[in-house]
Design a protein around this ligand. Structure first.
Ligand SMILES: [Zn+2]
Length: 296
């Protein structure tokens, strides 16, 4: 019996790992040219931004580790070179999973200090356990509020936003190219994931959207963490969704409502098309409820 259990669990491991591998085998990295120097890359996981010039490649987020070779091949095709600097918008594995592979190629990694903090140790979220990352995968330049760097003469402004999708989110803005990468502070045309277990909050996500709206104009090209390229008007719609759903949940709480009596279809009315695999109406409504209920 024990042996059979062992064989069965071995089979499960094989099936799971081949499933994971298979999932990435079919991924094709697509590139979208935004300016002469900036591209958005789409594969599986968070959207990647790259800024290329004759000498350097600055990369924003790097998806999952099994995709690193495909991303490197695409970057080589577009730039002729490889990533020299890498910014993580936050710690989640679909945005920082390739860190080790890019660092081994010589990329210097930048991120908010809480990204390094969370990646340095085991993180337990419900029944999900994320082991600590190896030292080489950790950001080597960290900041608290933000920083400015230059890639040749192009300024790059990195701005931290407090307790939004996580407690370590940053925007990356190229003011001269008028391109903004928002990481997971912006899920375009889909319900957002707000990671309360990593210090995220609904109020922070709303403040982040407001901060981004102050940076952009009608010509800004916005790279969302997930979803297609966006503009200011898309971000205005996202902000309206966030505030409307939050206000409905606040009303529910003020009327003595509980998590159990929350009606997700009413909370998210008008945004049904934003349901996707990971986050449905119930999940986002409950997340907002839990976020508001846990406020100090
Ligand atoms: Zn994320």
């Amino acid at each position: 019996m024990l042996r059979r259990v062992a064989i069965l669990s071995a089979l499960t491991v094989i099936q799971l790992s081949s499933f994971a591998q298979g999932r990435f085998d079919d991924v094709v990295i697509k590139d979208y040219k935004l300016t002469d120097n900036i591209y958005m890359l789409e594969g599986s996981g968070g959207n990647v931004g790259i800024y290329i010039n004759d000498d350097e490649v600055l990369m924003i987020d790097d998806q999952f580790a099994p995709l690193s070779d495909k991303l490197k091949a695409k970057i080589k095709e577009l730039s002729g070179g490889k990533t020299t600097r890498l910014i993580n918008t936050h710690w989640h594995g679909d945005h920082s999973g390739g860190n080790e592979n890019f660092a081994k190629d010589g990329a210097m990694i930048f991120a908010h200090e809480n990204v390094r903090g969370r990646m340095s140790k085991e993180v337990v979220r419900g029944d999900r356990v994320t082991p600590p990352s190896p030292d080489i995968a950790l950001p080597v330049v960290t900041f608290k509020e933000g920083m400015q760097l230059y890639i040749m003469d192009e300024p790059v402004i990195i701005t931290h936003v407090h307790r939004a999708h996580t407690d370590g989110d940053s925007f990356v803005f190229f003011p001269e190219s008028n391109v903004l990468h928002m990481g997971d502070c912006f899920f375009h045309k889909r319900f957002p994931f707000i990671d309360l277990n990593s210090g995220g909050s609904i109020d922070g996500v709303i403040s982040a959207a407001e901060a981004a709206l102050m940076l952009v104009d009608d010509n800004t090209q916005i790279i969302p963490g997930h979803g297609p390229m966006a503009t200011k008007s898309d971000l205005v719609i996202y902000h309206a969704f966030l505030t409307a759903t939050k206000n409905k949940v606040v009303d529910h709480i003020n009327n003595g409502g509980t998590l159990e009596s929350l009606d997700p279809s009413k909370i998210t009315e008008g945004y049904e098309a934003w349901t996707w695999g990971f986050i449905n109406a119930e999940k986002i409504s409950q997340t907002i409820f839990n976020s508001l209920s846990s406020e100090d």
